[in-house]
Design a protein around this ligand. Structure first.
Ligand code: NDP
Length: 246
């Protein structure tokens, strides 16, 4: 797909990977729709993009609410007339050991990391199937491939997102020309680690700080690559990790 002038919705655009992706795609000429809960951060990002000559629309949404994502799509259609790409990026990672029974955090991860993706897809699908083209990019994780300490629930949500992406691709790509990609990053320097409340995990995470991690821009580039292929090419998975991460 030609990125220039295409319409791209990004959830979790207020920070980290979502923010970097919005800037990357806007500078490639996309009209970006910035969504998350933090309105001030989104407005700040919109100003940055507009100052650089790009186009951006802000629509706040909590991805756990289906109606919020429906509203994002309907505002996008009113402003830009169509949707070409949805990037399901919003997520959180409050790692904890299962025995601590932080069940509220388990539920939040399922609600945001998994149900949030389902809500995004449900909101955008009628437009993409009618257009018989488009891209859905889901941000899964290296966590979909292997467990890491405190990650039993987080890894489960990301494995589910990877598998859901595979099902989506098989149902949508051949029949409707909708390309689907699962992005699976290792450690990226963002605020994601701040959602951890388990003190034992926080201590263990200190070791990670010695490693050179990926930057959010590295993932933005992988997303740009995935959606800018000719329609005949579907990039199924991008498994991208820091050189130093084993
Ligand atoms: P950040 O913490 O920087 O960004 C998370 C984003 O998700 C924020 O914009 C936040 O916005 C949004 N968000 C959280 N909850 C909700 C909600 N209920 N509704 C809408 N938006 C929400 O982390 P990253 O950029 O690292 O995370 C982006 C994605 O990348 C996540 O899915 C994460 O799991 C995945 N990932 C990250 C890795 C890493 O090492 N950083 C590695 C592999 C995958 P707001 O609070 O304003 O709503």
């Amino acid at each position: 797909m030609e990125i220039k002038d295409s319409v791209v919705i990004i959830t979790g655009a207020s920070s980290g990977i979502g923010r970097a992706t919005a800037k990357n795609l806007a500078s490639a000429g996309a009209k970006v729709v910035l969504s998350a809960r933090s309105e001030d951060e989104l407005n700040e990002l919109r100003s940055e993009i507009e100052n650089d000559g790009g186009k951006a629309l802000v629509v706040t949404a909590d991805v756990t609410k289906r109606e919020d994502l429906d509203n994002v799509v309907s505002k996008t259609l009113s402003e830009y007339g169509t949707v070409d790409t949805l990037i399901n990026n919003a997520g959180l990672m409050p790692l904890s050991y299962v025995k601590k029974l932080k069940t509220d955090e388990w539920e939040k991860m399922v609600d945001v990391n998994l149900k949030g993706v389902l809500n995004g897809v449900a909101a955008v699908l009628p437009t993409l199937t009618e257009n018989k083209k488009g891209n859905i990019v889901n941000i899964s994780s290296m966590a979909a491939h292997s467990y890491f300490p405190g990650g039993a629930v987080y890894c489960a949500t990301k494995a589910a997102v990877k598998m859901f992406s595979e099902g989506l691709r098989k149902e949508l790509a051949p029949k409707y020309g909708i390309n689907v990609t699962s992005i699976e990053p290792g450690a990226v320097a963002t605020s994601l680690f701040e959602t951890i409340t388990d003190e034992d995990i926080k201590e263990e995470m200190q070791q990670m700080k010695e490693m050179t991690t990926l930057e959010a821009e590295d993932i933005a580039e992988a997303i740009n690559y995935s959606i800018s292929q000719p329609n005949r090419v579907n990039i199924n998975d991008v498994y991208i990790v820091p050189t130093e991460q084993s």
